[in-house]
Design a protein around this ligand. Sequence first.
Ligand SMILES: NC(=O)c1ccc[n+]([C@@H]2O[C@H](COP(=O)([O-])OP(=O)(O)OC[C@H]3O[C@@H](n4cnc5c(N)ncnc54)[C@H](OP(=O)(O)O)[C@@H]3O)[C@@H](O)[C@H]2O)c1
Length: 254
Amino acid sequence: MRDPRSILITGASSGIGAALARAYAAPGATLHLSGRDAARTAAIAEACRALGAYADGRALDIADRATTAAWVEACDNAAPVDLVIANAGVSSATSGTAEGEVARRIIATNVDGVLNTVQPLIPRFRERRRGQVAIVSSLAAFRGYRGGAAYCASKAAVRAWGEGLRGDLAEYGVEVSVICPGFVTTRMTAGNAHPMPLLMSAERAACIIKTGLARDKARIAFPLPMYLGALLGIALPGWIIDRAQRRFPLKERD
Ligand SMILES: NC(=O)c1ccc[n+]([C@@H]2O[C@H](COP(=O)([O-])OP(=O)(O)OC[C@H]3O[C@@H](n4cnc5c(N)ncnc54)[C@H](OP(=O)(O)O)[C@@H]3O)[C@@H](O)[C@H]2O)c1
């Protein structure tokens, strides 16, 4: 969609989501923003209002299906949503949960949270024969790696779900894109001690995502060399991956 006016973004209180909120903030735009942390969520809504948009911020846990559905429906009732960006997500570093619960928290947020955000809008988009769904996956979606088993699994699940949904909704004129970023400078990557090739700013990532969504790209995967590396990772035999990933750090404590 070239000019969405009412945009709902989860995980807008930080990183890529905050950069997307600022990228879409302009006079005439309505932004429905959510995050976990109330102060951070209020701050990004305020920043978007300063850029001329109407913006409201709501702190909630997207893993909570009923609360998320009620918020999404209320936003759509107030200003029918043109574009929903299901961006909120956690890694082992940002899951904020106890050892032994990390994998379940990652799946609850990154998989259930995406469904909880998008599903309430699907019948409404279908009926209006209009709407766009953006699902933030990752280049980590293409293969499971040591140190990120649950994270890779969660991103693979929503990538496949989004790709299927694109086919389901095409005949209703509803667009669906899956976003697969490489390394982006955010709170999620702040603690990474390992090399992060072609690391980019959240603002640059938001610009690439916004351009890809305006073109209704099925998959917005970037940067290209990292995307090609991810595709190569699918094709390589297991023994090569096993040998290579011995050097990857152990991160998940699940
Ligand atoms: N950074 C990267 O290199 C990278 C690469 C590929 C994909 N991604 C994906 O990009 C998305 C955004 O991540 P980011 O890098 O911008 O990380 P981030 O700075 O940690 O932002 C994550 C956002 O999700 C919110 N969130 C987390 N759990 C939530 C929950 N249960 N309920 C509601 N909101 C929740 C956070 O809220 P609070 O601020 O309130 O905690 C924050 O707004 C994620 O889906 C991530 O997996 C990131």
